[in-house]
Design a protein around this ligand. Structure first.
Ligand code: SF4
Length: 302
């Protein structure tokens, strides 16, 4: 069997940086309690590895208000970032804060806050429950109350009607930005709906290139292999998106690929993949290199 790996797969820059911050904190603060604010990445294998080294996960909603955190604690802010008010609460506990927010997310937080300071209506396209989106929303709400989160075209249509009815809003000052991992097609459609009603709206390109590059790399791979194995957490949005793309390509006669699977670890590999001539591997942005390697080893019989 031949195995071909996607050109771009596994940890993105932001996730790698956050994991390295946690590894460094373990080395630098051996006598402190180390926490991450929410799961550092959407991958159970990687979380288990960190837990085995003593890193515990805090819930943003409940645990930061409890007495778990004190001067003897180190708290790592994950790549998605958090709202400024969360940092303020942490600061009051006297803990050491390691802010591992991805530089791309930091830049979007700053841009969103700048528009809010200029009293723009700020619309964020993304998953309402995702940490990155609630963080961005928090930055906007520090400066203005006209912040809306929408997830899809239907939300965009409903919001347009709602804004139109509210005559106190200055609709010539309006900006749309997105979660870094939103699908570019979905974002374009949302932008078109809003632009039709509010032609002066500014639409920012805040999608992370790592997401698009990973998807393009998968598309190319699907022309070269008989089956695709997508490796990554079942709760990782970007991994699920890769799997749904691979599934679509495998139904399309333009691609050589005829079968796709989504696994979190080697034990889940379907039997039929061992009979294929050429197998492609790709992985989500939070999949550790060790897990990718173990899948590759199993397929190649090492
Ligand atoms: S996907 Fe992009 S924006 Fe998100 S953490 Fe990774 S590098 Fe940063």
């Amino acid at each position: 069997m031949q195995i071909i790996k996607a050109d771009i797969m596994g940890y993105c820059m932001g996730v790698r940086r956050a994991v390295e911050s946690a590894e460094k904190a373990i080395q630098d603060f051996p006598h402190k309690n180390i926490f991450t604010l929410g799961p550092l990445i959407h991958n159970q294998n990687a979380l288990d590895m960190l837990e085995a080294k003593g890193v515990k996960v805090l819930s943003i909603k409940d645990d930061i208000f409890s007495h778990k955190i004190d001067e003897n604690s180190v708290v790592i802010v994950r790549a998605h970032g958090v709202a400024p008010k969360v940092i303020k609460i942490l600061e009051k506990t006297g803990c050491k804060i390691i802010n591992a927010t991805c530089p791309r997310v930091l830049s979007n937080q700053k841009r969103a806050a700048d528009f809010a300071k200029r009293n723009f209506i700020v619309i964020i396209a993304g998953d309402k429950n995702h940490g990155e989106v609630t963080g961005l929303e928090g930055f906007v709400k520090e400066f203005c109350s006209h912040c809306y989160v929408i997830e899809n075209i239907k939300d965009a249509q409903m919001l347009s009607e709602q804004i139109e009815k509210n005559h106190s809003l200055q609709t010539e000052n309006m900006v749309l930005l997105s979660q870094t991992t939103i699908s570019s097609t979905e974002y374009e459609s949302i932008g078109n709906v809003l632009k039709e009603k509010f032609p002066k709206i500014q639409i920012l390109n805040t999608i992370c290139p790592a997401t698009t590059e990973r998807q393009n790399s998968l598309k190319q791979l699907c022309t070269e292999v008989d089956g695709i194995v997508v490796i990554g957490g079942k709760s990782s949005a970007n991994t699920c998106r890769l799997f749904s793309m691979a599934t679509e390509f495998s139904k399309n006669s333009d691609f050589r690929c005829k079968i796709a699977c989504h696994i979190e670890n080697p034990s889940e590999l379907p039997k039929e993949f061992f009979n294929l001539e050429v197998v492609g591997l790709t992985a989500g942005a939070s999949t550790p290199d060790e897990v990718i390697k173990s899948v590759e080893n199993l397929l190649s019989g090492n």
